[in-house]
Ligand binder design. Structure first.
Ligand code: GDP
Length: 403
């Protein structure tokens, strides 16, 4: 009897060991193959996150992997790697789509967000009797779309006059009348080309300014893609040292299109990074240096000190060729207040309106151009890498009222 019990116990132990082995080996098989870079990442974690980290496991994941495999951590320690950035897997360089005609591609997105304005105006103008109440409704529609008080009054006056002269109106006549008047307000005479050339032997230098959160760093990255797509070589300057992730974010954008990013420590001096970026651009013989800046609206003096210093220091190499102000189109009046403050601090040469895909208030284009007297040069229509388009008034109006 004892022998039988002993045999049963032995059998159970054997079965237990075998099934444990099967579970362990199955778990090993299920684990996806490890990226070759994982080992250096484990042993020499970068002081701060670097681009390429996403491709390999995180430190937590790596440690878990070691424990599962059952290796003591010490045996997994490879020789020290001097530069973890170099050890990171190379990022595949993308070929962004050219900037010309992007607005046409993105027109559907623009039409979706701005349709209410255009369609609303056309419907009101099509009413048989255009009485005072209707004109007030037209005015309200324009004000709601952030066109601004003065441009709204001007537009309504012009429309009243032209509708009176026209007499009976066909929908086509109304559409072309409204098209002409909106285009006049949007100013087709502005030069909207983003200035990328210095006219000297040195790279064109562009600075991107704006309040944090408006999409400034994203826009700088997207702009680098636009420039590369249009055949220019770019060096990026990560002078937004205030927001912790900004430099990493910019570097990622740069690496995707093969543009080098000059960066410094978090909280470092933005002016010296901007200076170094231009120096690097000159040394590399790059076409354009694009500098992202921090936009803390703590006080106007603080902002003026910061941006003023960046500008002064950069201009030791030569004049700035373009200063782009990034504004979030969804912020309405707030955006206009920001525009005013920045315009007092630096000479803005162009405006970028971001998040136009997320607002029906496209009239801000008219209001902000009027406010600053400088053109909207680019608009952001989404979070995608190529969702930044040169602003073209005709394509914009056609998206509004259907062309
Ligand atoms: P920064 O602090 O001004 O540098 O802002 P970021 O560049 O980090 O952008 C803030 C957020 O706005 C991010 O989630 C971006 O993806 C988003 N964003 C930027 N531009 C656009 C745009 O045109 N459309 C949409 N929908 N989101 C955008």
């Amino acid at each position: 009897m004892d022998i039988v019990i002993l045999a049963v116990v032995i059998a159970l132990v054997v079965v237990g060991v075998i099934s444990g082995f099967v579970v362990t080996s199955r778990r090993k098989k299920q684990r996806p193959p490890k990226a070759p870079s994982s080992t250096p990442t484990i042993t020499t974690p970068p002081a701060e996150p670097h681009v390429g980290d996403e491709a390999g496991p995180s430190r937590e994941e790596s440690r878990r992997t070691i424990e599962e495999v059952g290796l003591p951590e010490a045996t997994a320690t490879p020789p020290a790697v001097e530069d973890p950035v170099v050890a990171a897997p190379p990022v595949a360089i993308e070929v962004p789509e050219p900037s010309a005609g992007r607005l046409v591609r993105l027109r559907a997105r623009l039409a979706r967000s701005q349709n209410t304005l255009g369609k609303g105006l056309l419907t009101l103008l099509s009413r048989e009797h255009l009485d005072e109440e209707t004109w007030e409704e037209i005015e309200d529609t324009l004000l709601t779309a952030d066109v601004g008080v003065a441009p709204t009054h001007e537009l309504v006056e012009r429309l009243r006059e032209r509708v009176r002269v026209l007499g009976t109106r066909t929908p086509d006549e109304l559409r072309s009348l409204l098209r002409e008047e909106l285009l006049a307000l949007l100013r087709t005479d502005f030069d909207r080309a983003v200035k990328t050339e210095s006219g000297l032997d040195t790279p064109g230098v562009m600075m991107v300014v704006g309040v944090n959160g408006t999409g400034k760093t994203t826009t700088t990255g997207k702009l680098a893609r636009v420039l590369v797509a249009d055949g220019r070589s770019v060096v990026l300057g990560a002078a937004d040292t205030f927001r912790a992730a900004a430099a990493d974010q910019l570097q990622t954008w740069g690496e995707r299109v093969g543009a080098r990013t000059v960066r410094g420590p978090e909280g470092g001096d933005p002016a010296s990074i901007a200076f170094d970026a231009v120096k690097e651009g000159i040394a590399e013989g790059a076409d354009v240096v694009l500098i992202d800046t921090a936009g803390r609206l703590h006080t106007k003096t603080g902002l003026m000190d910061e941006l003023g210093k960046v500008k002064r220091v950069v201009e030791k190499h030569g004049p700035l060729d373009e200063v782009l102000l990034v504004l979030d189109a969804t912020t309405g009046q707030n955006g206009l207040v920001q525009a005013r403050v920045f315009a007092e601090v630096v000479d803005i040469t162009g405006i970028v309106l971001t998040k136009m895909d997320g607002t029906a208030k496209g009239g801000i284009v008219i209001a902000v151009q009027r406010e600053l007297g400088v053109p909207v040069k680019l608009i952001g229509l989404g979070e995608g890498a190529d969702d930044l388009a040169p602003f073209e008034p005709e394509a914009f109006v056609d998206a509004l009222i259907g062309g």
